[in-house]
Design a protein around this ligand. Structure first.
Ligand SMILES: Cc1cc2nc3c(=O)[nH]c(=O)nc-3n(C[C@H](O)[C@H](O)[C@H](O)COP(=O)(O)OP(=O)(O)OC[C@H]3O[C@@H](n4cnc5c(N)ncnc54)[C@H](O)[C@@H]3O)c2cc1C
Length: 451
């Protein structure tokens, strides 16, 4: 492709900014990033409180965040944030140690069985499901893998493996089919409480691509990265180092693709480009673009979660000593309840605590925002860490995905086949998974494949 082409990137979150970085690294410098907010970072959002940054969005990474590491290297920054740690409570606020046999004598047989099943899961992922963990979903529904390995080298890999078709089924069913149902007790922690939905509704492909065996073990061992100035700082730093930083407050009212050109009307002015990369939610693309029939058809099938975050102050005597997971509240029958609360700064009690709840499930009515908020505040009282004040709140459009039927019938291969068709490329969370690294990694691969 001609290195001088004019490329418009919609969205200044991890996907859009890293698309800019990888394009630039490959010699494409004529790109423009349009961000509708007055700041970059998207769901990596780290506001200030008492001189420090807390997290309203993304919190952590793992050592296999290779794309995020590319960004760190590009900007000369590193993961220098506070060490994460956590304990567990039951729904009544009692501290528990669910994985400690000595504290759960009656549960020892189950814990032993779980341990065996975790080993078995590791084995089948390496053998029966070879190719499961590469970024993106190309070929999976068709029994193939095609992408780049999750290794520091990220070498291209492809092959056939009929078993991969199983990954379209909900994770719960997949675990039962493979006799590893107790592994859900471990995988649920960094999955459901992180807002990614419930195992009876989410295809196994999403669970296992995000929480590949090694990544899940990193969560178990708390081998995690955080950033002192918040995850938003990663993307602010990247933006500062790009030749063309994102244009903020860019309100796009129209996208028209004709005669091999892309016309974008932004803040009332129409600009001409050669190619478009959409990293903003594809579900909403038809609201402002001349979406074609196939775009309308596929993007209308995208589902999402409602993930609510509150930042609360507490009295010093009510401040939790550590972060807590509440496994009891991570099942669909406890929709809208507090699943985890996070104490980021352990050296002071004058910082906020952030709380996390889901309020959407395939088979239930969505819980209204206010009701969920009140439930979470009540739960904090039950946990004996009541809030004295809510200082920030956000209900995120979260984790776009498709359900099993659409996954199995080849949603991803159909959309991948549309890449470039209307001088338009699709990236961002839906194309891989809703975390910082997978979205940035997908942007890297998109640039590798098409530019
Ligand atoms: C509470 C929470 C906790 C999380 N925890 C983690 C974690 O610990 N680790 C992790 O890796 N990830 C985590 N994530 C997920 C991670 O933040 C996202 O997956 C990641 O930010 C996705 O990047 P993206 O660029 O695809 O989308 P986004 O971050 O959503 O960015 C999209 C950008 O596009 C902009 N935009 C949207 N529409 C338009 C438009 N029409 N015109 C112009 N601009 C537009 C938005 O304003 C936004 O800036 C968390 C997210 C949340 C909300």
């Amino acid at each position: 492709m001609d290195k001088n082409i004019r490329i418009c990137i919609i969205g200044g979150g991890p996907a859009g900014l890293s698309a800019g970085m990888y394009l630039e690294k490959k010699g494409y410098e004529n790109y423009t990033i349009l961000e509708r907010n007055d700041h970059v970072g998207g769901k990596c959002h780290s506001p200030y409180y008492n001189g420090r940054r807390y997290e309203m969005g993304a919190i952590m990474g793992v050592p296999s965040y290779y794309a995020v590491h590319d960004v760190e290297e590009f900007c000369g920054i590193t993961h220098d944030g506070p060490q994460l740690n956590r304990n567990y409570k039951d729904r009544n606020g009692n501290v528990i140690e669910p994985f400690e046999p000595k504290k759960n004598l009656t549960k020892i047989p189950r814990l032993l069985k779980m341990k065996k099943q975790i080993t078995e899961l590791g084995r089948i992922l390496e053998t029966k499901y070879k190719g499961y963990d590469i970024n993106g979903h190309r070929g999976v529904a068709d029994g193939r893998y095609d992408g780049f390995a999750v290794t520091p080298e990220r070498e291209p890999v492809s092959g056939t493996n009929e078993n991969l078709k199983d990954l379209a089924m909900p994770f719960k069913d997949w675990c039962i089919m493979n006799n590893v149902e107790l592994t859900q007790d471990v995988w649920i922690g960094p999955f459901t409480s992180f807002g990614y939905g419930y195992f009876d509704e989410i295809p196994a492909a999403y669970v296992l691509k995000y929480l590949d065996f090694q990544t899940c073990m990193n969560f178990v061992r708390i081998n995690l990265w955080t950033w002192k100035n918040g995850t938003q700082f990663i993307w602010e730093s990247l933006n500062d180092h790009l030749k063309n930083p994102a244009r903020l407050n860019a309100q796009i009212s129209k996208v028209e693709r004709k005669d091999g050109k892309v016309f974008v009307t932004v803040n009332g002015e129409t600009e001409e480009y050669d190619k478009l990369i959409v990293t903003s939610p594809l579900q909403f693309f038809p609201e402002y673009a001349d979406a074609r029939e196939d775009e309308e058809k596929y993007f209308s099938k995208i589902e999402y979660e409602r993930y609510d975050v509150l930042a609360v102050e507490t009295k010093p005597e009510d401040h939790p000593e550590i972060s807590y997971y509440v496994f009891d509240n991570m099942t669909p029958d406890r929709l809208g309840h507090l699943m985890v609360y996070y104490r980021r700064w352990r050296d002071t009690k004058d910082q906020v605590i952030t709380t996390y709840a889901l309020r959407k499930h395939k088979n239930s009515a969505e819980i209204p925002y206010e009701e969920c908020k009140q439930t979470v505040l009540e739960d904090l009282k039950i946990m004996k860490n009541p809030a004295s004040n809510v200082i920030n709140e956000q209900s995120w459009y979260y984790f776009p995905h498709v359900f099993s039927d659409d996954y199995a019938s080849g949603w991803y291969d159909d959309v991948e086949a549309m890449q470039g068709k209307y001088d338009t490329f699709y990236a961002g969370e839906i194309m891989s998974f809703g975390d910082m690294d997978e979205t940035a990694e997908y942007s890297r691969e998109l640039v590798e494949r098409f530019f």
